[in-house]
Write a protein that binds this ligand. Sequence first.
Ligand SMILES: [Zn+2]
Ligand SMILES: [Zn+2]
Length: 277
Amino acid sequence: MKLKVLYGNSKWRFNLALNGKCDAVNVRVLGSYGSRIPGHQTSCLLVNDNVVVDAGGITAMLSVAEQVAIDHVLISHAHLDHVYDLAFLADNVMAQRRSPLCVWAPEEVLTTLRENLFNDKIWPDLTQVSIGGFPVMEFCPLPAGQKTQVGDLLVEWAPTNHTVFAVGYLLSRGETSILFSGDTTTTDAIWTLGNRARGLAALFVETSFPDRMEPLALATGHLTPSLLQKELVKLDKPDLPVKIFHMKPQYLAEICNELELFQGRCQVLEGNESFCF
Ligand SMILES: [Zn+2]
Ligand SMILES: [Zn+2]
């Protein structure tokens, strides 16, 4: 498969030349939209091949062998576009894994998943199904206010402003980190987290609706290009690359046009991009 590789900074150009691969934070975009139409997958980043952030486009984008290699799934919130592929990922890999698939999120999110998805009604409770002497899936709560080791990443979260309990994540490895907003409208804590991050290399942030739909964006806990522009002022890193995701696909052209106002900084993710940070 041919991948478009974009380099975050000069350190990465050096590392890529030296090692032939990324050795800090490698991101592949598996899904970048806020809904599904043909060829458009919902929010999902594959990080360093074995960690996924939000469970949107996993099974549509990865081979079964690549799915088996995923050890950890971080969930920003329990909305369906961010969690549905947990069900199919677990189903695809359960007989081939050698350890449980770890699902990481704050306890509020895990409780919602337990009660409303993996409840033996919508889908089996795969934390109670063992194959090979271990459960298919393990729910791993992420405590507030501290760093947790997830694979080879250190993970911190901050609450965002959405219609349900939702968080954004700061993912760090060595001296490099990236900030992922999840779903949010105007907010503060995630920007505070980004401002105190060391080696922040990129922001992945949602922008769901065009400006003319701001009332709907605010009512559903999302951003528009103009709202995003005001949010970015809160992040004390004016040159930070900004990767845009969670566009509602039917408004993609309109959102892209409006983002062109500050496009030197922003890149709209179309899916399947790869980045070395
Ligand atoms: Zn969403
Ligand atoms: Zn949502």
